[in-house]
Design a binder for this molecule. Structure first.
Ligand code: ATP
Ligand code: MG
Length: 421
């Protein structure tokens, strides 16, 4: 029986892997330019880490986590996203004692048990940024500018940045009370919502705003949004953020329904969407999470971050036919013509590789024609032919594949020549 990969998981093979590397490398460069340092956290964590931060009422915790018990019957989950792990690591390593503002970036796989479809997988990959240690709207602006820079560097065009503010804990409390009043006064309206939203309206009203049910969505147009309950301080923060974004010439749209599917967000939320992706149109999402660090037992710390879905980012690039400039490595192919030449050929192969140049040869003796075909497939710049004559004269025939010329050189000259490619 053939064993296949799990539903919703993907193998990433050559040549596609080159696109992945290009994306990851350009993201790394930009993260570092903005002063963010890489963090790598475990893929498995205590389930409670995610439950407590993402929230019991969210889709991720309710139905999307891969959770299992370990040998000691502890509940473990594969990480569905990275922010809770970064917050945990920040507290566990007392980072606040080492630096005022800590800026991290990460790249890695995330796991959600969702129905697989275009742009939605069970193992997918994210890169993202988390900045912990400031309440300044300049930090929100930096995070959004960093997100924008990543897509700009890739030359994406058909994207849009949406922003919103959810207000602080007090504002959220006000909003909750306001919705509770609606629930009390308009039972007929509430009964039209889906069963989940009827429950959510009492314990987690923000979640009704991102319900996918079409009836709920329509009804939401007549409901107040968190922005209607925002306090002066949060409003000033939001207005300042908008002013900075305008100053930096980063276009954005305001969307009062942008609440994002995670409970830990406070204040600013944002999303980057793309028109070429159909239903799964969000490439990146993020926002402020000023209460998360303290809710984990850490210090009071303002924080802000985002996460890009790498698969969706690639799909967006493909929909705009974006060409990735992949630097092709210099490649040499060594064609051994017979068994006696093989030993010498393998030694030359080894020496060329030791100079840092990519070199190939066949592991079975094949016709020169078959080997030239293989050299072409590998886009080799030079083919070195080694047979009986070359063994005797200790000189090697070198074919320049671009110029269609051929020369004869000794070993020393050979190494110099291939290095010049
Ligand atoms: P969606 O609304 O599409 O479910 P989300 O709000 O659950 O997205 P986040 O948790 O904010 O997404 O994750 C940030 C980004 O990660 C998303 O914008 C998306 O690009 C990507 N992403 C999330 N879930 C998946 C998935 N199952 N498969 C592929 N990419 C995903
Ligand atoms: Mg989701």
């Amino acid at each position: 029986m053939k064993i296949k990969s799990l539903k919703g998981t993907n193998d990433i093979l050559s040549p596609k892997i080159n696109k992945w590397r290009h994306l990851e490398e350009s993201a790394r460069r930009i993260f570092e330019c903005y002063g963010y340092q890489e963090i790598r956290t475990p893929i498995i964590e205590h389930t409670s880490l995610f439950k407590r931060s993402i929230g019991e009422e969210t889709d991720i915790v309710q139905k999307e986590m891969f959770t299992f018990s370990d040998n000691a019957n502890r509940s473990i989950s594969l990480r569905p996203e990275e922010t809770p792990s970064v917050a945990r690591a920040y507290i566990e390593h007392n980072i606040d004692k080492q630096t005022g503002l800590a800026k991290f970036f990460y790249i890695g796989p995330m796991f959600r048990s969702e129905r697989p479809q275009a742009g939605r997988y069970r193992q997918f990959h994210q890169f993202g940024a988390e900045a912990i240690g400031s309440y300044s709207p300049y930090l929100d602006a930096e995070i959004i500018a960093l997100m924008d820079e990543i897509v700009k560097t890739l030359k994406l065009k058909n994207y849009e940045i949406q922003i919103n503010s959810l207000g602080c804990g007090n504002d959220r409390h006000k909003y909750k009370k306001r919705l509770a009043k609606i629930a009390e006064n308009k039972p007929r309206l509430i009964s039209k919502l889906c069963v989940n939203c009827q429950r959510r309206i009492k314990n987690n009203p923000l979640r009704i705003l991102d319900c996918k049910n079409p009836t709920c969505r329509e009804l939401m147009d007549d409901f107040p949004t968190p922005f209607d309950c925002i306090c002066e301080k949060c409003l000033n923060h939001y207005e300042k953020l908008k002013k900075i974004l305008k100053q930096l010439k980063i276009p954005f749209k305001e969307n009062r329904f942008l609440v994002r599917g995670l409970d830990y967000y406070t204040g600013t939320t944002f999303e980057l969407t793309h028109t070429g992706l159909g239903a799964q149109n969000a490439i990146c999402g993020g926002g402020r999470y000023d209460n998360l660090i303290s809710s984990f037992g850490g210090p009071e710390m303002g924080a802000c971050g985002f996460a890009f879905g790498i698969e969706r980012l690639l799909l967006a690039c493909e929909s705009e036919n974006i060409e990735f400039k992949i630097n092709k490595a210099k490649t040499v192919y060594i064609a051994a013509l017979d068994e006696p030449s093989y030993e010498m050929s393998f030694e030359i192969l080894h020496h060329i590789r030791q100079t840092g140049i990519q070199a190939h040869m066949a592991y079975e003796i094949k016709s020169l024609k078959a080997q030239m075909r293989q050299a072409n497939r590998l886009e080799a710049g030079y083919v070195i032919i080694i047979g009986e004559n070359e063994l005797k004269s200790k000189t090697f025939t070198v074919k320049d594949m671009a110029k269609h010329t051929q020369t004869s050189v000794d070993k020393k000259e050979l190494l110099k020549l291939v290095a010049k490619q």
